[in-house]
Design a protein around this ligand. Structure first.
Ligand code: ADP
Ligand code: ASP
Ligand code: MG
Length: 414
């Protein structure tokens, strides 16, 4: 007998019929003799709908109240699943984030989990009851409801699995595993049977939303065995694991794309010590995360500085930089929201040269212009025009020999 955490995403709990299917799957696991803790997302579209309503109520909704509102999506599904499980003759109890003692910091809308006190969950499990926890939410030390950022139910699941020392954390979603590229964009994407935590961390941070990045960081830190699989089939999915010598060693194991960044360029910036600090400090003080940075020196003691920020912070960052440009005597500030970041990722890259040149040549053959480049030990990212994102993913996928002969099945269930 083991302890299994099962997380079901929005599409898997989109309506009552699907929640019934979730109940059947949970019962199947219980019948195999396991203890089960279920973590649920809100019904697909609910969080977006709630956000929209809040923004109709006020242009800048109060962050504390917004989290109270957003958490209701997961409250609904958790209680419905518990109601259904009970009606099917199984003892079940739903817990909201605060009842499950998911303690977070005070960063409403993007809170980090600090600690999970598992006594209550363990007590309920010990009584033979299925525990259903509302994902995506916790509470701070003052008892305020907090939410963990979009896609945060993944993090709830992995963090609870880590705190309970569970044997397995299953992430049930609308694709049947982790693919070499988003199967909705690349029909020839191939399902991976296993992927390392580091590769998945990179994929998640570079646009593959199949797992929220913080969930992968938790999984790596606490060595949680994570199995990403479909709610709609019984097929094995993808295991996220530590790197081991027996793994298939691909030079490039995945291609990702991210359309959620925007680019800002300050032109003709005086080329003097301290200027970069003046440009980036106010942005950092506002909690805006800068991703890529490029500086090009011009001839006459001037430089151009280009960087990317999340699209959601673009307007704020532009406002700040217009002010800074005036202060430091930069000539213009140009913004562009129509960009995409395309990345190739693989632990095998550590020991191989030539990956960058294949990437640049492949994009050039399609006449796709690269405007920014960044690299790390196991990835290369290029910023290109947003309208070529899908094409770039597909041609790179082919160029790195990742294409599967049979089109991916995973992209079809929605
Ligand atoms: P859930 O609601 O279950 O949390 P998400 O929509 O957050 O599901 O994540 C699943 C989606 O992630 C898939 O529908 C797929 O389009 C997308 N995705 C992006 N990159 C990948 C990838 N490399 N492998 C699998 N899915 C991916
Ligand atoms: N419901 C939240 C969202 O849509 C959390 C999640 O689904 O993981 O982002
Ligand atoms: Mg998700």
């Amino acid at each position: 007998m083991g302890l299994i955490v099962q997380k079901f995403g929005g599409t898997s709990v989109a309506d009552l019929e699907r929640i019934r299917k979730v109940a059947e799957r949970v019962i199947q696991t219980v019948r195999q003799g396991h203890q089960v803790v279920v973590i649920l997302s809100a019904m697909a579209g609910t969080t977006d709908h709630l956000l929209k309503m809040a923004h109709q109520a006020a242009a800048t909704p109060d962050k504390r109240e917004l989290d109270v509102l957003l958490s209701t999506g997961e409250q609904t599904t958790a209680s419905l699943l518990a109601i259904i499980l009970k009606s099917m003759g199984y003892a079940a109890k739903s817990l909201m984030g605060f009842q499950a003692a998911v303690l977070t910091d005070h960063d409403f809308g993007n809170a980090r989990i600090l600690d999970i006190e598992t006594k209550r969950i363990q007590h309920i499990l010990a009584g033979g009851t299925i525990v259903v926890v509302a994902g995506f939410q916790g509470c701070d030390t003052e008892g305020n409801i907090t939410t963990l950022g979009r896609g945060g139910s993944d993090t709830s699941a992995v963090a609870i699995a880590a705190a309970l020392n569970a044997d397995l954390c299953e992430i049930y979603t609308d694709v049947d595993g982790i693919y070499t590229a988003d199967p909705r964009v690349c029909a020839k994407a191939r399902k991976l049977s296993a992927i390392t935590y580091d590769e998945m961390l990179n994929m998640a941070s570079l646009g593959a939303k199949v797992l929220q990045i913080r969930s992968v960081a938790f999984a790596k830190k606490f060595s949680v065995a994570v199995h990403v699989r479909s709610s709609f089939t019984q097929e094995e999915g993808t295991m996220v694991v530590h790197e081991d010598a027996g793994m298939e060693s691909l030079v490039v194991s995945a291609v990702t794309h991210d359309k959620n960044e925007a680019r800002i360029t300050l032109q003709k910036v005086p080329d003097q010590p301290g200027v970069a600090a003046k440009i980036f400090t106010p942005i950092a003080q506002q909690g805006i995360i800068v991703d890529m940075i490029i500086q090009n020196t011009r001839e006459e003691g001037q430089t151009d500085l280009t960087f990317t920020v999340p699209q959601s912070d673009f307007q704020r960052a532009m406002q700040i930089e217009r002010r800074i440009a005036a202060e430091i005597g930069a000539e213009t500030v140009i913004g562009d929201e129509n960009i995409a970041k395309i990345s190739v990722i693989g632990v095998g890259m550590k020991n191989h040269s030539g990956v960058a040149s294949i990437m640049f040549n492949t994009l050039s053959r399609e006449n796709i212009n690269i405007t920014m480049i960044s690299t790390s030990e196991i990835r290369i990212s290029c910023v290109i025009d947003e309208k070529y994102a899908e094409l770039a993913v597909r041609v790179l996928h082919t160029a790195f020999g990742l294409d599967c002969e049979k089109p991916a099945a995973g992209g079809q269930v929605r």
